[in-house]
Design a protein around this ligand. Structure first.
Ligand code: GTP
Ligand code: MG
Length: 206
């Protein structure tokens, strides 16, 4: 898929203030600092579209970007950021939970996992939450430029084995790097296919 335009639409903390749910929508989520905003910039070829920071907790709202004036990418705050106060953390998770469970046009959630580290409980718990709620998701292993291909394969295998302790099968898996643009074509083709195949009017979340 060719990205012709990518524009920031709005940033907010409430589902009811999000844009009308009339376009296919894809949300990016994962632990703080995993590279959600960087991946959005890499996919859209806009280095400054989503705000990036080396300190965790940069993205704190639901951010909508419209791509090719035809579908939405959504940048979400990270989960598991210890330095956000407890009150804020509860608010974040309530905001994220409400968005994920009630956004009727949400086609697929991209769960980002740092490819450098062993399986994290919070990532596995988050995918279980999505499973229980029946929310479709895929996995994206980020920052693949930061480790050798043998270390990457080892970590992927370990994660998949851990994942298969609770799931019968693996979801779609992508490997990405915001530095080298690895994974860009694969992820955009996948989104293109869903845009074409999924009839929004049939997507009803109860
Ligand atoms: P929060 O919004 O704080 O939850 O973080 P985020 O998940 O949006 O991460 P962000 O994109 O802001 O990136 C965090 C840090 O990781 C930044 O310093 C990025 O430059 C770096 N980073 C992100 N993706 C990659 C990648 O693929 N390769 C490398 N080498 N660095 C990356
Ligand atoms: Mg971010």
């Amino acid at each position: 898929m060719i990205i012709k335009t990518a524009e920031f639409v709005m940033s907010n903390t409430e589902l009811k203030k999000c844009p009308e749910a009339n376009l296919h929508e894809y949300a990016f989520i994962g632990r703080s600092n995993v590279g959600k905003s960087s991946l959005i910039n890499m996919l859209t070829n806009h280095s400054k579209l989503a705000k990036i920071s080396s300190s965790p907790g940069k993205t704190q709202c639901i951010n909508h970007f419209i791509i090719n004036k035809n579908w939405y990418l959504v940048d979400l705050p990270g989960y598991g950021y210890a330095k956000v106060s407890k009150t804020n953390r509860a608010l974040f998770s309530k905001m994220i939970e409400e968005y994920l469970t009630k956004r009727s046009s949400l086609v697929c959630v991209f769960v980002l996992i740092d490819s450098r580290i062993p399986p994290q409980k919070i990532d596995l718990e988050f995918t279980e939450f999505l499973g229980i709620k029946g929310i479709p998701f895929v996995l994206v292993f980020t920052k693949s430029d930061k480790l050798s291909s043998s270390a990457l394969n080892r970590n992927l295998n370990t994660f998949q084995n851990e994942f298969l302790k609770t799931w019968e099968e693996l979801p779609e898996i992508f490997i990405s790097s915001a530095q080298t643009a690895r994974g860009r074509e694969e992820i955009l083709s996948y989104i293109h296919r869903l845009n074409t195949d999924i009839d929004l009017s049939l997507l009803k979340i109860t």
